[in-house]
Design a protein around this ligand. Structure first.
Ligand SMILES: C[S@@+](CC[C@H](N)C(=O)[O-])C[C@H]1O[C@@H](n2cnc3c(N)ncnc32)[C@H](O)[C@@H]1O
Ligand SMILES: [Zn+2]
Ligand SMILES: [Zn+2]
Length: 704
């Protein structure tokens, strides 16, 4: 019996568990504004998401939603306005997430006792969801981890040492290009200072590399604008030869960096290292001939590796919004994102993981956790500075941006550095403990506290067909596939709770291919797809509203088919443009769904770069609630605005600061939602109304 089944057995009779209860005709979600306290707790969660929800953080996924918000949506969806909300309210109900991502909905629904169905078109997302849900036998995880360590750690550590045998934490590299005019080599530094404290006011001490001999020179930030090298006596300006996209060679020729690279990925030079001394200090030193020989040795090990000795990342980059920059820099293969030593070390670790015995969830967890090491050990990583996690990972923003000054660390990483595989057991144990006894953030007076005992344990087996899922009560049905075409029976799902892709947001598969290139040869689980890429023509990721509307309507249509007649579809949506809201609302109407409520909620406060890059940034998400049928009464645009303003005022009163963009977004959603209630609505006209009401609302809100 799984932990979940055991837990259910203690509080429900088998009949109760199997009981397909009816859902309220009107739910709390539709009757009341979303409680402002949820926004406050969500704000707290968003600062340290991985700490509060460790189960969904075993593998990287992008745009992860907040568990706090989804837990509330789930509870309010099954609560009638006159009843109380029990934490066991979802027991036995089937909850489905068609765009499951990292599995936020799934684990929150699992914690409330639901039976889970998750689908995502990307296998890397499926891998992440499986880690959030599967039960592990932890002593097996530990035993397998030791096998991996025994298979490769000594050999990897030997490639990150000084001549005297001290561990090297990081090597600093700079890309070089030759001047198109005179062929002289230019090191692509913007500034010769390569190391400083991440927080300036904590320390002004910094380190630069001498442009002539690459000795390490210390200096004081804010005081020194130039420095003198103690070894070669060169007096140099701290400003390097690169300004924006332009570089200047020693002879003064200015050219574009892209022209100089001429479509070939740049060569790189190692110029400094960070060493951990016997007494535990971290010091910077220049590169010596031992370091160069050691690197050459790693290159030779890579070249001489026998077939199968290493896992080699497969596949080529395909053209796309997020890959274009890397392609322009000449990175064509995923293997090209790593230097020789990285390829050798990661390849050895990958092979040790690949060759672990069996194909159980414990082996799978260890393979999935390797993703974090990949993220932090490649040519696109850079140095964040002292006093923080040292490595800025390849995905610190949602684009694949080539790095001129890259940082290389020991991927085993027992001596320090971020993302080393040595941390894996700690990370998996945290996820395991959480799944066994989940905690939740709750508001307690003015504070947010972490409470135990509000949720049931999570731990399922994975079913790969509906038939399997319906006979095995301890399973979750989690597969990779287009949500527009499923094998779910008609009217089989009580709740569909999700977070769809937004218009022109993250291009998931373009980024996920970075991991897929490694996971494919490692096969984390037996049905892991063996395709070249995770790109899929059915992926909803359209920049243009019209394409988005058509693609997502296909998914909503399938949702309407599988949803019970008394069921509810609710999802969060973020959109700063009116056209995006029109596309969304008309796609719902096309699928025969009616919006019964829109609820603004603050769902993100951390500086998500994807959102900041959007035109007119805002931090409000709108929870959109739909039914298959509903009384067709509709509100006027002004009434819809008034309703949205009520919710926004409550948020403001609770101390949540809102800007004009937040108000526009909430009001546009509310007005355009009315279009799903009126047959043959004129969307163009309604869009003008939505904009007019949004401006009225902004003006009204700004008046104290
Ligand atoms: C906004 S993300 C979901 C994030 C998730 N809520 C979380 O917290 O991690 C949207 C997801 O939709 C998936 N997706 C896009 N098109 C799809 C399709 N046609 N069928 C199923 N999933 C799709 C993407 O791969 C992506 O993971
Ligand atoms: Zn030149
Ligand atoms: Zn010098």
């Amino acid at each position: 019996m799984t932990a979940l089944a055991q837990w259910q057995a203690t509080i429900f009779t088998p009949e109760e568990v199997a009981l397909r209860r009816s859902l309220p005709a009107v739910s709390c979600l539709e009757q009341f504004d979303f409680p402002a306290a949820v926004s406050q707790v969500a704000e707290h969660e968003s600062w340290r998401k991985e700490l509060h929800r460790p189960a969904t953080y075993v593998h990287k996924w992008w745009a992860r939603r907040l568990g706090t918000v989804f837990r509330r949506i789930l509870l309010d969806a099954v609560s009638a306005p006159d009843g109380t909300t029990a934490d066991t309210a979802l027991a036995g109900l089937v909850v489905y997430d068609p765009f499951a991502g990292s599995g936020t909905t799934l684990i929150e629904a699992g914690k409330l006792g639901a039976r889970l169905v998750g689908r995502d078109i990307n296998p890397v997302a499926t891998l992440t969801q499986r880690q959030a849900l599967q039960a592990w036998d932890f002593p097996i995880v530990e035993r397998l981890f030791t096998k991996v360590e025994e298979a490769c750690r000594v050999d990897i550590d030997a490639l990150f040492v000084t001549e005297a045998g001290e561990p090297v934490l990081h090597y600093f590299w700079v890309a070089v290009a030759s001047c198109p005019v005179c062929d002289v080599i230019v090191e692509l530094f913007t500034n010769y200072v390569f190391a400083k404290h991440a927080v300036r006011r904590k320390s002004a001490l910094a380190h630069a590399t001498c442009p002539t001999c690459h000795d390490v020179v210390s200096l004081t930030l804010g005081v020194d604008t130039s420095a003198t090298c103690g070894r070669c006596d060169d007096h140099f300006d701290l400003i390097g030869p690169v300004r924006g996209r332009t570089m200047t060679c020693a002879a003064g020729h200015r050219s574009s960096v892209m022209d100089a690279l001429a479509g070939q990925s740049p060569q790189r030079r190692m110029y400094a290292k960070m060493v951990k001394t016997g007494d535990g200090r971290r010091i910077y030193r220049p590169i010596d001939s031992f370091d160069c020989d050691l690197y050459d040795h790693a290159s030779k090990l890579l070249a001489d590796a026998a077939a199968g000795e290493l896992v080699v990342p497969t596949g080529f980059l395909e053209h796309g919004t997020n890959t274009v920059q890397a392609l322009n820099w000449g990175y064509r293969k995923w293997a090209g994102f790593f230097n020789d030593r990285e390829l050798y070390c990661l390849g050895r670790m990958g092979a040790a993981l690949r060759d672990l015995p069996g194909d159980g969830p414990e082996r799978e967890a260890l393979v999935a956790a390797f993703g974090k090491t990949l993220e932090h050990h490649n040519l696109f990583c850079s140095f964040k500075g002292e006093g923080t996690g040292a490595v800025r990972s390849i995905f610190h923003n949602h684009v694949l941006r080539p790095e001129r000054c890259s940082l290389e660390g020991n991927p085993w990483g027992a001596d320090g550095g971020s993302g080393g595989y040595a941390d894996t057991l700690t990370k998996l144990r945290r996820a395991h403990t959480y799944k066994q006894a989940p905690t939740d953030l709750v508001a307690d007076d003015a504070k947010v506290v972490c409470a135990a005992g509000l949720s049931s344990p999570v731990g399922s087996t994975i079913a790969e067909t509906w038939a399997e899922f319906s006979t095995d009560l301890g399973s979750a049905y989690v597969v990779t596939g287009d949500a527009a075409a499923t094998d779910l029976p008609e009217r089989s799902v009580a709740l569909i709770i999700t977070d769809p892709p937004y218009v022109d947001n993250v291009h998931y598969s373009e980024l996920a291919d970075f991991f897929h290139a490694w996971m494919r040869p490692m096969r984390p689980y037996s049905s892991y797809p063996q395709l070249d890429s995770t790109r899929d023509p059915h992926e909803v990721q359209n920049a243009a509203a019209a394409g988005f509307q058509k693609m997502i309507a296909n998914v909503w249509r399938e949702c309407a088919r599988v949803l019970r007649d008394d069921g509810l579809l609710a999802f969060s949506f973020h959109q700063s443009r009116t056209s995006g809201w029109v596309a969304l609302m008309s796609s719902l109407a096309d699928a025969g769904l009616v919006v019964t409520a829109t609820r603004p909620v603050v769902a993100e406060v951390t500086t998500s770069l994807a959102k900041h890059a959007a035109i007119d940034p805002n931090r409000v998400d709108v929870i959109v609630v739909c039914r298959k049928r509903s009384s067709p009464s509709s509100r006027s645009p002004a009434q819809a605005r008034a309703a949205a303003m009520g919710a926004l005022t409550a948020l403001t009163a609770a101390g949540v600061a809102l800007g004009p963009a937040d108000i526009r977004s909430a009001v546009r959603a509310a007005v355009l939602a009315e279009g799903t209630r009126v047959p043959h609505v004129d969307w163009g006209l309604l869009a003008s109304d939505a904009d007019a009401e949004a401006e009225r609302a902004v003006a009204e809100h700004l008046v104290p």
